[in-house]
Design a protein around this ligand. Structure first.
Ligand code: NAP
Length: 355
């Protein structure tokens, strides 16, 4: 793979957890990065990126843009060869899923890709989709051929009323393919990561990934954790996947980017060796009937979600990513330890008395 430094590239949502490591890879490869962000005045949210740029051969330029403002990516995209579209709200606590999730995901994707169609320099668009565009619940794996999710499968079970984040990612990726198929300016490549874990570059990460791992150290899971089937990938491995999707000549189509088929309990248990003596990390399995009875009251998860995910194996096939993008995946224990260590240092568990 040759990483071209001839033209700048655009990264949307450059303040994000996933985007941070991608921007780092690009700058260290000597690429000029046009970083599209909502609020360039919030310099404290950009300092990690400027610090990397100061030491790297590449250059970073910030542009103001919002997914919901038509044409607002025009300036940032001028002269760019590759567009990495990572911006999309990743949160599960919303009041108005249409407004807070679906609109920014879908209208934002349309906004960015239509600008790409109109920008002569753009030859490749990489959309950060998600495994959430492939499945909603671990139980969906059972309907997949051989019980394993592949790039051929689309999520048909999420809706505005049930798992709206997954619904937003499904609609957004479909919108991206619709636009891509109607033009011949650029090739669309999607990366579809499972749950992203590992350390953040920004001081105060907002990604939902941190809320999940926080519960493993703040006492929420001290009685145990559900065997909730899930896939995970390290954020640094995901950055390499984006690079290959953006610069490999032959990259095409969708790519499941997931290092491991696992569950929440196994992820928690990977912290025992290093942190088990000081933090209330989960050690045993919470029986499904308890999660079913109590989960909706204490953490707001629905009984349908418990039924469809707890004690249900999650399996996805990452073969295409390894062959087409040259991916290799680090062990999740390393990702979890690096993430947890960073959260300790940031005082994430101090309020609950764990230091
Ligand atoms: P994140 O840290 O919360 O990043 C989300 C980014 O989207 C932020 O930069 C945010 O900008 C931007 N954004 C949100 N609404 C916007 C709007 N209206 N206009 C412009 N920018 C907006 O979350 P993340 O985990 O890095 O997620 C990045 C991408 O990866 C998303 O597409 C997400 O769906 C995908 N993904 C994440 C995971 C995971 O486990 N983390 C798994 C699969 C896929 P502000 O900083 O201004 O809010």
């Amino acid at each position: 793979m040759r990483i071209s430094t001839d033209a700048p590239v655009l990264v949307t949502g450059a303040t994000g957890y996933v985007a941070g490591w991608l921007v780092k890879e690009l700058l260290e490869a000597g690429v000029t990065v046009h970083a599209a962000i909502r609020d360039p005045a919030a310099t404290h949210r950009l300092s990690h990126l400027t610090a990397i740029a100061e030491k790297a051969p590449g250059e970073i330029r910030f542009f103001r843009a919002d997914l919901l403002q038509p044409d607002s990516y025009e300036d940032a995209m001028q002269g760019c060869s590759v567009v990495f579209h990572t911006a999309s709200p990743f949160t599960v606590t919303v009041r108005n899923p249409q407004k807070e999730l679906v609109d920014p995901a879908v209208l934002g994707t349309r906004n960015v890709l239509e600008t790409a169609v109109a920008t002569p320099s753009v030859t490749r668009v990489v959309v950060t989709s998600s495994c959430a565009a492939i499945y909603t619940d671990a139980i969906d794996c059972r309907k997949a051929p051989g019980g394993v999710l592949t790039e051929d499968i689309w999520n048909t079970t999420a809706s505005l009323a049930y798992q709206p984040y997954s619904y937003s990612k499904t609609l957004a990726e479909k919108e991206a393919w619709k636009i891509a198929h109607g033009q011949d300016r650029f090739r669309l490549v999607t990366v579809n990561p499972s749950l992203v874990i590992g350390p953040a570059l920004a001081k105060k990460p907002t990604s939902e990934s941190f809320n999940i791992v926080r519960q493993m150290g703040d006492g929420t899971m001290k009685q145990g954790a559900p065997k909730l089937g899930i896939g995970v990938v390290d954020v640094r491995d995901l950055a390499r996947a984006h690079m290959a999707a953006g610069f490999s000549a032959d990259a095409e189509g969708r790519h499941i980017i997931s290092g491991h088929n696992t569950n929440i309990l196994e992820l928690g248990k990977s912290l025992i060796d290093k942190y088990g003596d000081r933090y209330p990390v989960p050690r045993k399995s919470l029986p499904k009937w308890i999660v079913w009875a109590v989960g909706p009251l204490v953490s707001g998860i629905s009984r349908k979600f418990v039924t469809n995910n707890v004690d249900v194996k999650w399996r996805a096939d990452n073969t295409k990513s390894r062959h087409a993008l040259g991916m290799s995946y680090r062990p999740y224990k390393e990702s979890m330890e690096d993430m947890f260590q960073q959260m300790i240092e940031a005082g994430a568990f101090r309020k609950q008395g764990y230091r």
